[in-house]
Design a protein around this ligand. Structure first.
Ligand SMILES: Cc1cc2nc3c(=O)[nH]c(=O)nc-3n(C[C@H](O)[C@H](O)[C@H](O)COP(=O)(O)OP(=O)(O)OC[C@H]3O[C@@H](n4cnc5c(N)ncnc54)[C@H](O)[C@@H]3O)c2cc1C
Length: 307
């Protein structure tokens, strides 16, 4: 099923993001977590595409397992950096052969240790060009990345918003945001999208902070700002990993509760392959029971023939 259809009947659409195990670890290592994620009844699960090529081959394989064996809709991430047009066509064919219908189309980051990498030498310089190509090939539901506080490379947030509009105009069906910790910024971002006439569904990306050193790494990589109350919370529990984990879970749950109350289209949880924390966040956000109920009703309905 094309994920964009889910937004027509449901709010919020709840999705999980997982990443493939490293190449030297058996792929089966993720299967146990996937089974546990299945029990939580997400609307779909997305699978990241390894930066630098390390786990690239595993994305489609895992997305296929999720869809064709576990019976949950899936979405494969794809970054075009460092790929030829032929490789991209081959990947889309591979996805089709696994009956995968959803793709998160990304440009990707510069290769490791090449911060000045010249993207103009790529067949597709920006994600909007990749989206245009996939749209022409047709048949895929396309998601694109959005940055609540602007992409790190953009000198001005306004420029990044204009570039985001290009992605939607070229064919992105819905957007998933990079993580953010301050919901007010997300609401402000939505207002800006309306003023730019960007009307597709927007899913909020939520990442729990579960370890003391994680916050700095996240801020450095994503460029997102850290609200003072989150810094204080992390400082308070810096010497107590278990309490810090609980505080991180509660922070994400509170963020989600507020987003749901304000009618968010979707919640995308960066799960870091941790079903236990994911379950706790959804439980505390008041979504878990609702997701079970919806899954039960949908199962009952699908077992009744219409005529
Ligand atoms: C939800 C989500 C999932 C992700 N999953 C992965 C993953 O699985 N694997 C991975 O490696 N990375 C992933 N990323 C990270 C992503 O690859 C990086 O953020 C990357 O630097 C940008 O990719 P993009 O598709 O947003 O690029 P683009 O949309 O191309 O934007 C990149 C930069 O170029 C600018 N720009 C865009 N178009 C134009 C234009 N036409 N003219 C001038 N400037 C332009 C933008 O403003 C931005 O600053 C993910 C990010 C998000 C938000």
């Amino acid at each position: 099923m094309k994920i964009v259809k889910l937004f027509k009947n449901k709010r919020p659409v709840v999705s999980f993001e997982v990443f493939p195990p490293k190449p030297d670890v058996p792929i089966e290592n993720i299967y146990d977590s996937l089974d546990k994620f299945k029990d939580l009844n997400p609307d779909y699960i997305s699978v990241t595409y390894g930066a630098g090529g390390s786990t690239r081959g595993r994305t489609v394989e895992i997305a296929s397992k999720i869809k064709n064996e576990l019976g949950i809709e899936s979405m494969a991430h794809f970054t075009c950096v460092g790929h030829t047009k032929e490789e991209i066509c081959a990947l889309l064919d591979q996805m089709r052969s696994h009956k995968l219908e959803n793709i998160l189309a990304l440009r990707g980051d510069p290769p490791l240790n090449q911060p000045d990498f010249d993207f103009s030498k790529n067949p597709y310089r920006y994600a909007n060009e990749l989206i245009r190509e996939i749209k022409v090939k047709n048949g895929f539901c396309i998601a694109a990345a959005a940055y609540v506080e602007g992409h790190v490379e953009s000198a001005r947030i306004k420029d990044d918003l204009i570039n985001l509009k290009r992605k939607v105009d070229e064919g992105a069906d819905f957007l998933i945001t990079q993580l953010f910790f301050d919901n007010r910024m997300f609401y402000d971002f939505l207002d800006k999208l309306i003023s730019l006439n960007i009307n597709c569904p927007v899913t909020a990306g939520i990442m729990p902070v579960l370890k003391a050193d994680q916050l700095k790494v996240i801020a450095a990589k994503s460029g997102c700002s850290i609200p003072a109350r989150l810094v204080l919370l992390m400082d308070k529990y810096a010497d107590n990993p278990e309490d810090l984990r609980k505080a991180g879970i509660e922070y994400s749950a509170a963020q989600i509760r507020d987003l749901v109350e304000n009618g968010v289209d979707g919640i995308h949880l960066y799960t870091m392959n941790r079903p236990k924390s994911t379950r706790k966040i959804l439980e505390q956000a008041g979504l878990l029971y609702r997701m079970h109920q919806e899954a039960y009703v949908s199962k009952q309905l699908s077992s009744f023939p219409l005529f």
